[in-house]
Write a protein that binds this ligand. Structure first.
Ligand code: SF4
Ligand code: SF4
Length: 331
């Protein structure tokens, strides 16, 4: 991996130069929190943040989108959405990089989702390292260190950012927009950062990641699901905030002329009561304990069996945003 340094004071000019050239989105202050949004000035960027409520997947799979429009005349005409504008996604944490890789695997496996693929192809990703908050357990999931899925990756080591170059596209971005220095001392600084990060976790799993699928094969009839689901409100927050959840609902809209219409989709959540309801009136997971169990099995059994890799990256959005955990922690 090739390394460079960017002086901390040169970061805003770097981002401003990118903004002048193309669309760029990154973490910034929004209503007292930090959220990913389009950037209009480099000074808006907040690179020291913990975890955003909504993950950056929203730029590749928007919460709501039109899939295509259609028009019925003598023949049926279908119009695909316009090609997405190239986007630099700036400031993505290692766990969210891992989540995007998992999502890409799911969305392009047996059936390649064209809307996802078009946005994925138009992305350039600049990651940034972080320190864990009191919820993160990404070290247990093996996602606290960036391994793939970025064009550039930044680590704040004081007066400078160490830049890891992950692709030719990333290198071109640096050459065109950033003032860089030789990476003298960068490897040592990265090693120290990593050591400090690993020391900073207050949450971890009590079993090894590789044992999780085996553990789940024994948990199908465990009373834990019913016990845990008793306090679940079926609000779906855990699904919506999760960077690796990708279920969606699809609906058609017809214009009053009954000739033109469109097909759209929006994020769905398996904890919501109607998620497994079908047109004939049955609901395959009417009880919250069944929905609760399904979510965990999907992360640690069903998807890993089909696609490889556990579908949890340890970001803890599901627990930190759930009223159940917040109530327990406050007590
Ligand atoms: S966020 Fe908590 S209360 Fe809401 S559906 Fe998920 S587990 Fe249930
Ligand atoms: S299941 Fe929870 S901890 Fe795991 S990736 Fe999803 S939101 Fe993060």
């Amino acid at each position: 991996m090739q390394l460079r340094l960017i002086a901390a004071s040169d970061m805003v000019p770097f981002v401003d130069s990118l903004i002048a050239a193309q669309r760029i989105a990154g973490p910034q202050k929004r209503a007292g929190a930090v959220a990913f949004d389009d950037l209009s000035a480099g000074r808006e960027l907040r690179l020291e943040y913990t975890t955003t409520t909504l993950p950056p997947k929203k730029f590749v799979m928007p919460p709501r989108e039109r899939l295509f429009s259609f028009s019925r005349g003598d023949t049926l005409e279908v119009t695909a959405p316009a090609a997405p504008e190239p986007l630099v996604l700036f400031g993505v944490h290692p766990c969210d990089l891992a989540a995007l890789q998992l999502l890409n695997r799911a969305m392009t496996d047996t059936h390649c989702d064209p809307n996802w693929a078009a946005r994925w192809e138009s992305l350039t990703i600049v990651g940034v390292d972080c320190m864990p908050d009191e919820w993160c357990f990404c070290a247990s999931m093996g996602t606290c260190k960036p391994v793939a899925g970025f064009d550039l990756f930044l680590t704040d080591v004081g007066d400078d950012y160490v830049v890891q170059i992950g692709s030719d596209e990333g290198r071109a971005l640096l050459e065109a927009h950033a003032t860089v220095k030789d990476a003298t001392g960068a490897e040592q600084a990265l090693a120290e950062f990593e050591e400090q990060k690993l020391r900073s976790f207050s949450k971890s799993l009590t079993v090894e990641k590789k044992q999780l699928p085996l553990l789940f094969t024994k948990l199908q009839d465990s009373p834990v699901w019913e016990a845990q689901a008793k306090s679940c409100l079926a609000c779906g927050t855990c699904n919506l905030a999760c960077p690796t959840c990708f279920c969606f609902d699809v609906w058609d809209t017809m214009e009053l002329n009954m000739r033109e219409g469109s097909r759209s989709r929006r994020w769905d959540g398996c904890l919501l009561k109607d998620f497994a309801a079908v047109a004939s009136g049955e609901n395959f997971r009417e009880e919250s304990s069944g929905r609760f169990r399904h979510r965990y099995f999907r992360k640690f059994d069903y998807l890993p069996t089909r696609l490889e890799g556990l579908y949890c990256v340890g970001c803890a959005r599901c627990s930190s945003r759930c009223w159940r955990t917040a109530t327990t922690s406050a007590a």
